[in-house]
Design a protein around this ligand. Structure first.
Ligand SMILES: [Zn+2]
Length: 178
């Protein structure tokens, strides 16, 4: 496994649309492993392949002991709206409020090449939407209101709050293989 360099705002990779994965090859599996290691090293909740310079439709969300590896994810249903404060590994030093669906159902392929659907709400729904936006070249700043500068200390506090909220809101509604 390897730590990958995270692209930051201003990098063209973050503005481009990622391409579908045709087949889950060993390279794709090691990319998933590297993305997770990189995500964990930054204490993050989610990461998308364009953030590490790969224009592939792959995103990972790590939620307590639950890991969602999504290859070619598609949102198939949404319900309601919510607004929450977001930050991004690719946008160091800033956060902002983003309106997202309250609940979403995503269809994706896992590392075994099997298709599954997952429905999440609240905190996780906003994280999933944030990561899936990266696959279309969209960063949260493009949608955010009340964008604020935050320093390193506040960034850590933001992460602590997100982690606490994540624990509080165990928000996986359904998860099944099709
Ligand atoms: Zn992000």
């Amino acid at each position: 496994m390897a730590l990958l360099q995270i692209r930051v705002e201003g990098d063209d990779m973050l503005k481009r649309k990622a391409k579908p994965v045709k087949e889950v090859t060993p390279d794709i599996i090691s990319l998933l492993d590297d993305m997770l290691e990189t995500l964990n090293s930054k204490d993050g909740v989610g990461i998308a392949a364009p953030q590490i310079g790969k224009l592939k439709r792959i995103a990972i969300v790590s939620h307590d002991d639950e890991l969602f590896e999504m290859i070619n994810p598609e949102i198939v249903e949404t319900e309601g709206t919510q607004t929450s404060n977001e930050a991004c590994l690719s946008v160091p030093g800033r956060c902002g409020d983003v309106e997202r669906p309250f609940q979403i159902t995503v269809k994706a392929t896992d590392r075994n090449g099997e298709e599954y659907t997952v429905t999440v709400d609240d905190f996780l729904a906003s994280v999933f939407c944030h990561e899936l936006d990266h696959l279309d070249g969209v960063v949260f700043l493009d949608k955010a209101a009340n964008i604020q500068m935050i320093n390193q200390e506040q960034m850590e506090e933001h992460r602590r709050n997100r982690r606490a909220r994540r624990r509080e809101k165990r928000a996986i509604v359904r998860r099944k293989h099709s």
